[in-house]
Design a protein around this ligand. Sequence first.
Ligand code: PGA
Length: 257
Amino acid sequence: MSTSKLIVANWKMNGGLSANQLLLDDIKAGWGAVHCRVGVCVPYPYLTQVQLLLAGTPIALGAQDVSIHATGAYTGEVSGSMLRDFGVRYCLVGHSERRQYHRESEVDVALKARQALACGITPIVCVGETLAQREAGETDSVVKRQLAAVIHENGHCISEIVVAYEPVWAIGTGRTATPDQAQAVHAVLRAQLKAATPQHERVAILYGGSMNTGNAADLLSQPDVDGGLIGGASLKANDFLEILHKASHEALANPMK
Ligand code: PGA
């Protein structure tokens, strides 16, 4: 995979005008020697604010969701072209909180990825199993089914996506997949992408789920872990910076990965 790791912050429904400014000012001030790609997925109302705060920095702007529709009578929805208007580069699709609380189906997630791609936005397709599914030995089949729906809908464009493996039992719980557990699932996803496109190496596969300053280096050193999707730890400038520095070190230490 790519030599440069990709670290993406998922602020979820956190922040506010002054908190966002403080957080990003601190991140910019502590930037130092960051050699990885970085994105920040913010709530919709802050797109303008964060677009301005990120101007002139290497940090890419991201959103957390996108409508399956291009335009029209869909109250409350936000389209890919609207996101594009604010310079959005990345958009999460199919985060487990949306699959769970908003009943997003596998087809919905695939259509969201399609809308993002049609607008020149990289969808970060989130997949992952629940604890019950893991305990039933269904992890591989669940993540493969979730990714298969997106591959089916998006055909040859699939090399333009990012995948995030986020075990549901590890999100916000402080319980992280071990590096071996993460690598095993990433290898399954890598093989699936390889079968789907000759350009599979373009696709970064991120790990997400309680990634923090203590476990980031080990997780990021796995051969098929190309980066991280960071929730809680991305809200603290020092923690996020430490993860960025670890990701940068990892990329430099293993340039062939
Ligand atoms: P977490 O969230 O790092 O707080 O577990 C990750 C995510 O849900 O994207």
